[in-house]
Design a protein around this ligand. Structure first.
Ligand SMILES: [Zn+2]
Length: 247
């Protein structure tokens, strides 16, 4: 069983310029085939800007290299695109689900509350990062609702894969954002997505809370209390991706 870390979208801050980030996608070998956790931008995003991407071009610095599309990265590794049987979404912002249409045969697993936020009326600022055309190919959805189960002390919903995998609802950044926990050979990997930015020690607490919701303090404490759980987040520094190729 292996878990590969991929950067599916580089997006660097203008201020401070030292904040150079990628978007974390994970390619997980399971008994059910390859499972991709988040997609990054898709090939279509490089051909036709969405409105939100045009806005990000102004407020951030991004190389927009089409070779970063996950489908290109995994074919470069020798996989066939069709090998990706399942996609799990932490949330449906453009930088996390833009590549869905590159895998039209895949079953797409998502928390129902996130899908409803995407499909519903745009109600809050962060809804601007939903791009309707990212699901225009009408994927095969598998929706999840709260089940009353727990992973550690987090509410959790088990996904149908081996190794064991859980969705962890952490609403705030979006109304249905979930982290994803995956059993590894020697513990757990917990991808907290955009509910935390643990490795950005420069961002003030108010900014983290405004952008990512209320969960970061709890996730940071959890990481400190559980050394057997490796915690990663939805966006990591570019040099993190250089040294962390897999879990
Ligand atoms: Zn997001």
């Amino acid at each position: 069983m292996s878990i590969l870390f991929l950067n599916g979208f580089t997006c660097n801050a203008r201020i401070p310029r030292s904040w150079e980030c990628g978007t974390l996608e994970m390619l997980v070998e399971t008994l059910e085939g390859l499972v991709l956790v988040d997609t990054g931008l898709g090939t279509e995003d490089y051909l036709h800007d969405s409105g939100i991407l045009r806005l990000f071009k102004v407020i951030t610095r991004m190389p927009l290299d089409p070779q970063q599309a996950v489908v290109r990265q995994i074919t470069g590794m020798g996989y066939k695109p069709e090998d990706v049987r399942h996609i799990v979404l932490t949330h449906m912002h453009f930088d996390h689900c833009g590549g869905l249409a590159d895998f039209p045969w895949a079953m797409v697993h998502v928390y129902r509350g996130e899908y409803e936020a995407f499909k519903g009326r745009r109600r809050q600022f962060s809804d601007l990062a939903y791009v309707s055309r990212h699901i225009a190919h009408d994927p095969q959805w598998v929706f999840y609702e709260d089940s009353g189960e727990k992973w550690y002390n987090f509410s959790a919903i088990q996904l149908p894969f081996d190794p064991e995998m859980w969705l962890i609802p952490l609403a705030g950044h979006t109304r249905g954002l979930c982290g994803v926990a995956i059993k590894t050979n020697d513990g757990w990997l917990f991808q907290a997505s955009d509910a935390a930015a643990l490795f950005n020690t420069e961002a003030p607490d108010w900014l983290i809370k405004a952008a990512l919701g209320p969960h970061q303090p709890r996730i940071a404490q959890f990481a400190a209390d559980h050394p057997e759980v490796r915690v990663v987040t939805g966006h990591e520094w570019l040099d993190w991706f250089e040294v962390n190729k897999n879990a």
